[in-house]
Design a protein around this ligand. Structure first.
Ligand code: ADP
Ligand code: ASP
Ligand code: MG
Length: 460
C-alpha cells in the first residue's frame, strides 16, 4: 500500500493534474491512497477572504470569490470535465458556502475561529473531488473519500492535533474497505473535532495527513510529491545551486522540517517514525531518478564526506531574554518561566541559559504582550523581533570535532544572538537578524557544499 500526497503546485492546473494522474497510474498495483492539497494559491485566497471579512470589505470578498471560481472552472474545463454535473454543483455550492461563512465571520469578529478553519477546508474539498473525477474519466477507479469522516483532532483551530486512536478506528471503518478496490482521494490538511466542527492541521498540513494515514493503515511507503526534486541541501528559493539529498535519516529530516524547511510540514515525520514507514519526497513536475528517501536506516556514505546534510531556516522569530539575579543558584526559576509560555500555549523553539539570563525564541506574537508582562513581574525582559534561526543538520556532525568552531569562524562579522546545539548532536542552530539571512545561508552553503560531495548521499 502506498499513500501519495500531492501538494498545491502538483494540482495547480489541469496540466499538472493530468501529470499527477499519470503518476498515480504507475502505482495502481500498489494500492494507492491519494491525499491532495488545495489548488496552489487557493488557501492564501481564503486567508485574504478571512481578513477582508473581518474588516467588512464585502466587495473585496466578492472579487476573491470570483477568482476562486474562475480558477477551478478553468481546471475542470481543462480536464474535459465540463459536463460533469456533480462537479458543477459542488463548485457552485462550495462558493455559496464560502460566501455564507465569510458573512458570518464579518458578524462574529474574534469569536469566529472555528469558521476560519471551516472556510480554509474548502480548497481541499474541491481539489480532492476534481482529482477523483478526473481519475474516473480516464478509466481509473478514483473515489472521493472524505477526510472529515476519518481524521479526528482536538479543537485547537488552525493548529489542531490529530487524535490517532480515534482516527485509526474511522480509517479502519471507512477507508480501509475502499483500498485496493478504489483509488481513494482524500483532502489533506483537515479534520473534525469531537463536536463535529472542521479543524485544520496548520499551514502545509497535507504532508502530515499523508503520514498519519500511512501510519494508520500501516502503508509500505508514503510519497510526498512536490515541486522540487526532493529535500535539497538548502531552500532553492534562497540558494539556486542547492543539491538533492538522496538519503536522510528520520531524525535529520525531522530536525530540518521543524526548523523551517517548508518542503515538509514540521510534524510530517512523527507518524512515520513510530511505524517505521519510509517517506519519499519526489517531484511531480518532472521525472527524476529517486528523489529523497527518508527512513530509519539509510546509507551513511563516506565518513569523511560532507558533515552537513542540509541548512534550514525560520524567519520572523522573536527572541525573549529574561534576566534576574534571583536565578543564581535558585531552583524553580526556569519552571516559572516556562509555565507562562505553557499557559498561553506558545511553543518555545530554542533555549539558551547562562547564570542569570535565559534567552529563548518563539515564532508567534499573538500573546507576546501578556507573556512579557507576566515575565516582567519577576525579571527584566528584553524582546527582539525580526530574527531568524538557521539550523545545520547532519548525522555526521555528531562525530566531528571542531565543527562549531569552524562554523562560527565563518560568521565572524555576523551578530549572533543565541546558539543552541541540539541534545541529539545532529543539529546546531543559531539566531541572527532577518536581514543577514540570505548572506549567511549562501555563505554556509558555499562552504559546506561547493567541494566534492559523496555521490552516494548527494545528487552531484
Ligand atoms: P507543496 O505545495 O507541494 O506542499 P511546498 O511549497 O509546501 O510544496 O514545499 C515545497 C517548497 O519548499 C519548495 O518549492 C522550496 O521552495 C521549499 N523548500 C524549503 N527548504 C527546502 C529544502 N531544503 N528542500 C527542498 N525544498 C525546500
Ligand atoms: N492547502 C494548505 C496550505 O496551503 C495545506 C497544504 O497545502 O498542505 O497550507
Ligand atoms: Mg507543503
Amino acid at each position: 500500500m502506498v499513500v501519495m500526497k500531492f501538494g498545491g503546485t502538483s494540482v495547480g492546473s489541469a496540466e499538472a493534474i493530468k501529470r499527477v494522474c499519470e503518476i498515480i497510474k504507475t502505482r495502481v498495483e500498489n494500492d494507492p491512497i491519494i491525499v491532495v492539497s488545495a489548488v496552489g494559491g487557493i488557501t492564501n485566497k481564503f486567508v485574504s477572504i478571512i481578513e477582508n471579512s473581518a474588516k467588512k470589505n464585502k466587495n473585496n470578498v466578492q472579487d476573491i470569490l470570483a477568482e476562486i471560481g474562475k480558477r477551478h472552472e478553468e481546471i475542470i474545463n481543462g480536464l474535459g470535465l465540463e459536463q460533469n454535473e456533480g462537479l458543477k454543483i459542488l463548485l457552485c455550492e462550495t462558493l455559496q458556502g464560502i460566501e455564507n461563512i465569510a458573512d458570518k465571520i464579518s458578524q462574529a469578529g474574534d469569536l469566529a475561529k472555528h469558521l476560519h478553519d471551516e472556510l480554509m477546508s474548502m480548497g481541499e474539498l474541491l481539489s480532492a473531488n476534481i482529482v477523483a473525477e478526473y481519475l474516473k474519466s480516464i478509466g481509473l477507479e478514483g473515489k472521493f473519500a472524505d477526510s472529515r469522516d476519518v481524521m479526528v483532532t482536538d479543537s485547537q483551530f488552525t493548529k489542531a492535533v490529530p487524535q490517532f486512536e480515534e482516527s485509526q478506528k474511522n480509517t479502519q471503518q471507512y477507508l480501509k474497505p475502499l483500498v485496493g478496490k478504489y483509488i481513494p482521494v482524500m483532502q489533506g490538511f483537515i479534520g473534525r473535532d469531537s463536536f463535529g466542527r472542521i479543524t485544520t492541521l496548520g499551514r502545509g498540513g497535507s504532508d502530515y495527513t499523508a503520514t498519519l494515514i500511512g501510519a494508520m493503515l500501516n502503508a509500505d511507503v508514503v510519497e510526498i510529491w512536490s515541486d522540487v526534486d526532493g529535500v535539497l541541501t538548502a531552500d532553492p528559493s534562497l540558494v539556486k545551486e542547492a543539491k538533492r539529498i538522496k538519503y536522510m535519516s528520520f531524525q535529520e529530516a525531522s530536525e530540518l522540517a521543524y526548523f523551517g524547511a517548508k518542503v515538509l510540514h514540521p510534524s510530517t515525520l512523527l507518524p512515520a517514525v513510530e511505524r517505521n514507514i519510509p517517506v519519499h519526497v519526489l517531484n511531480s513536475m518532472r521525472q527524476t531518478d529517486g528523489g529523497t528517501v527518508i527512513a530509519g536506516s539509510t546509507p551513511n556514505g563516506k565518513q569523511e564526506g560532507c558533515i552537513v546534510k542540509s541548512i534550514a531556516y525560520k524567519e520572523e522569530l522573536v527572541v525573549i531574554t529574561v534576566m534576574s539575579t534571583r536565578m543564581l543558584m535558585a531552583h524553580g526559576f526556569l519552571a516559572s518561566i516556562f509555565e507562562i509560555f505553557n499557559r498561553y500555549a506558545v511553543p518555545v523553539d530554542l533555549v539558551s541559559t547562562s547564570e542569570v539570563t535565559v534567552s529563548l525564541t518563539i515564532n508567534r506574537t499573538d500573546h507576546l504582550e501578556n507573556i512579557t508582562r507576566e515575565l516582567g513581574r519577576f525579571a527584566q525582559v528584553r524582546v527582539e523581533q525580526n530574527k531568524s534561526v538557521v539550523c545545520l543538520v547532519g548525522e555526521q556532525m555528531k562525530s566531528t570535532q571542531g565543527m562549531p568552531g569552524e562554523l562560527f569562524s565563518l560568521l565572524k562579522d555576523i551578530d549572533i544572538h543565541l546558539i543552541s546545539q541540539g541534545a541529539s548532536e545532529i543539529n546546531i542552530s543559531f539566531v541572527i537578524d532577518d536581514k543577514a539571512l540570505p548572506k549567511v545561508v549562501s555563505r554556509l552553503h558555499n562552504h559546506y557544499f561547493s567541494g566534492e560531495l559523496d555521490p552516494e548521499i548527494f545528487a552531484v
